[in-house]
Design a protein around this ligand. Structure first.
Ligand code: ADP
Length: 384
């Protein structure tokens, strides 16, 4: 390798932490920017600028010290990213892509413009608009998504058209909102796509996501997704098209619905490592984090092949307490072959907070799922 590069990571959460774990293997220094001095990545980062990702000064301070920058979170002050790019600083993925993704309305328009299949939608900005759209469309159910600043299911509501038309007081959002048809799906999947500066592109096998309806968080992730080869191929083609049409460089998680109508719809894209790619650390030849690192430092893309089928479980904070915690059930769980625990080093547990995850490998998907159910029944966050 040529001279030692310094990578700037905007955000210091668990995604940043797992990215830095890979960078350490390659002896590359990462400097993070995060307002929380105890954030998960802080303990292993080469340096930590304690500052806000929504303020200009700290972002510029980070940029000055790094050769290349990336981010592990989307709510960043976009104007500063545009400025640092104008100063010839490399940002991967680019600011224009993040700017489009930060706005769910712009993102949906992008899919529509590029003929990428996505749920039918309209963008509204007042209650009157809501009612006009709902009267015009033939949707039984629909999903309302605030264009900006939603995350992990916040700012997203699944609603019945009839209820809103009968009682407009139930309209939950005032700001610019995407209204889109509710897709009845057989399965939600995610495909992580990697593309480097030379235009080489590949993707990880599709993963199947299971949700906790209460918390709107992924609770079990199964890889490979239990679909036919035809559907996997079709979904991969669509995910690759999303990234090519963006002219994207970096790592992108494309979330898709497999509709009961047999069609595939793109839900949304995250321009960063993703919860649905944690299993790649143990289950694939190259992890999603290493793949991003390779792109950032100009090394060739790694193989995304699966070594073993896997299940990933998020370890979530218990619903009934906030505070100091320990992971209960480790001994039982670690007596099972192919179980890998990752704890993120968060100082405090909060209800449904992502505290860590477990990857479970099996010789078959069924075996991995059986083991995962055992793990799920034993492992939990308990109060200290
Ligand atoms: P967030 O960015 O907060 O993750 P999403 O847009 O991914 O929000 O929506 C959260 C969840 O809501 C999705 O994972 C999916 O389960 C459900 N959802 C979103 N859009 C639709 C849709 N058009 N049809 C059916 N379910 C949807």
């Amino acid at each position: 390798m040529a001279e030692k590069k310094v990578i700037g990571v905007i955000g210091g959460g668990q995604l940043g932490r797992m990215f830095i774990e890979e960078a350490i293997r390659y002896n590359i220094d990462c400097i993070i920017l995060d307002a929380d001095k105890n954030c998960p990545a802080s303990a292993i980062a080469h340096d930590h600028i304690i500052g806000s990702i929504t303020e200009s000064e700290p972002i510029h301070q980070l940029a000055k010290r790094c050769d290349v920058l990336t981010y592990e979170i989307e709510h960043i002050l976009i104007e500063s990213l545009i400025e640092i790019e104008a100063q010839e600083k490399k940002l991967i993925p680019s600011a224009s892509i993040l700017q489009m993704i930060q706005d769910k309305g712009m993102q949906k328009k992008f899919y529509a413009d590029k003929q990428i299949p996505t749920a039918d939608f309209e963008i509204v900005s007042s209650p009157e608009n809501w009612l006009l759209v709902l009267q015009k469309k033939n949707w039984k159910k629909f999903v309302a998504k605030l264009c900006r600043d939603g995350y992990d299911g916040k700012g997203v509501e699944i609603l019945e058209t009839k209820n809103i038309l009968n009682n407009p007081d139930l309209i939950p959002f005032k700001g610019q909102t995407v209204l889109e048809e509710f897709i009845e799906s057989e399965m939600e999947i995610a495909i992580i796509v990697a593309r480097n500066e030379q235009g080489d592109i590949n993707c990880f096998p599709a993963v199947e996501m299971e949700f906790d309806a209460d918390a709107n968080l992924v609770t079990m992730l199964i890889c490979p997704a239990r679909t036919t080869h035809e559907i996997q191929n079709e979904a991969e083609k669509i995910a690759l098209k999303v990234v090519k049409e963006m002219n994207g460089v970096g790592l992108f998680a494309v979330e898709l619905f497999l509709g009961i109508d047999g069609k595939i719809y793109v839900n949304e894209t995250a321009p960063r490592p993703h919860n649905s790619g944690h299993h790649t650390i143990e289950a694939c030849y190259t992890s999603q984090y290493e793949q991003l690192l390779r792109i950032l430092i100009g090394l060739p893309l790694g193989s995304t092949q699966i070594i073993k089928p896997s299940v990933m479980l998020n370890i979530l904070g218990s619903k009934n307490f906030k505070g100091k915690y320990f992971l209960d059930g480790m001994k039982e769980v670690l007596s099972i072959e192919g179980v890998y625990i990752h704890m993120y080093g968060k100082h405090e547990s909060k209800p449904m907070r992502k505290m860590g995850h477990v990857t479970i490998l099996g010789n078959t998907i069924e075996q991995a799922i059986d083991k995962a159910k055992m793990v799920q029944s034993v492992l939990k966050i308990s109060q200290l």
